[in-house]
Design a protein around this ligand. Structure first.
Ligand SMILES: Cc1cc2nc3c(=O)[nH]c(=O)nc-3n(C[C@H](O)[C@H](O)[C@H](O)COP(=O)(O)OP(=O)(O)OC[C@H]3O[C@@H](n4cnc5c(N)ncnc54)[C@H](O)[C@@H]3O)c2cc1C
Length: 259
């Protein structure tokens, strides 16, 4: 079973860097790390290939400055190889341009399955995997919490607000997994050393037949008009028990629609 996993490399959330005031985008000329959201996709892909008894896990990432730090972490977990698309023309790419670029790289081979996270930790539009599926004309299953591979088809438990739906879909397909579906393995020392020599294919727009004007600032269908600081978290409501605390807590949870 051959799986391609989309892996976004992001600025470390513990030290997220600055916003470029002119472009209103996050400065990404810092060391980028593997987005934790994508460590679940990598882990799940490794487990699927292990239980299929053979196959490969290939990573694909679009990132500036030929950045491979996050890819090396995923290679150290056990993926075999990676594709990295890095090109100045991609600066300013919106989610659709990102999907077009990733789809062009993925479309050069015929994987059984393409995996991604439901949403990234920095951009979190939660749209890239579905756009990749549409561009490659593949079925798309979102919010997967459990995947079972059968004969040419997948059965997926798909997270919903009330529980989960069971969805069946033919392979090949694009599946986005939710955070926490599996416990991502820690790269071993042996894995870290092996990752240094694993192949990372560096690709440009020209290599993928992408016109530079179709992506980046030139090709964007979206414009960032303004950015504002996230509102500070407000103090919660304290409920003093005067004999009716349980009723007030139930009413509060009911209002939040979590009951
Ligand atoms: C007008 C505009 C300009 C922008 N300019 C820039 C810019 O110059 N530089 C910049 O870094 N960002 C820029 N962004 C943000 C950038 O478009 C998004 O971060 C990116 O398109 C991915 O969207 P997302 O993070 O919301 O993905 P989501 O849809 O939330 O991601 C879901 C999953 O898709 C996969 N995925 C998403 N992105 C990638 C990737 N790059 N490589 C591999 N897998 C991926 C991962 O598995 C990820 O977990 C810009 C956005 C807009 C609207």
């Amino acid at each position: 079973m051959d799986v391609i996993v989309c892996v976004k490399q992001i600025p470390d959330p513990a030290d997220p860097g600055e916003i470029n005031p002119e472009t209103k985008t996050l400065k990404r000329d810092v060391k980028l790390i593997l987005d934790e959201s994508d460590s679940y996709g990598v882990e799940y892909a490794l487990q699927l290939v292990e239980s299929a008894g053979g196959g490969s896990v290939t990573l694909v990432s679009m990132a500036p400055n030929n950045e491979t730090s996050g890819l090396r972490t995923a290679l150290a977990m056990g993926a075999e190889s990676a594709m990295l698309i890095s090109d100045d023309a991609l600066q300013g790419s919106d989610a659709l341009s990102t999907a077009k670029t990733l789809a062009a790289a993925i479309g050069r081979s015929n994987p059984d399955l393409v995996m991604a996270a439901t949403e990234s930790s920095d951009g979190y539009t939660g749209t890239v995997p579905e756009q990749i599926a549409a561009l490659l004309d593949l079925p798309s299953v979102t919010f997967a919490k459990e995947i079972t591979v059968g004969d040419g088809a997948l059965t997926v438990k798909r997270q919903t607000e009330a529980g989960y739906d069971v969805v069946e879909c033919p392979l090949p397909a694009v599946v986005s997994v939710t955070a926490g579906v599996v416990e991502p393995r820690y790269p071993s020392f042996k894995g870290i050393m092996a990752a240094k020599n694993k192949p990372v294919e560096e690709l440009s727009c020209a290599d993928l037949g992408i016109e530079p004007t179709a992506v980046g600032w030139a090709g964007g269908g979206q414009e960032i008009l303004d950015i504002v600081e996230a509102p500070k978290r407000e103090a919660g409501e304290k409920i003093e028990d005067e004999g009716d605390a349980h009723e007030r807590i139930v009413a509060f949870l009911d209002e939040l629609k979590v009951l």
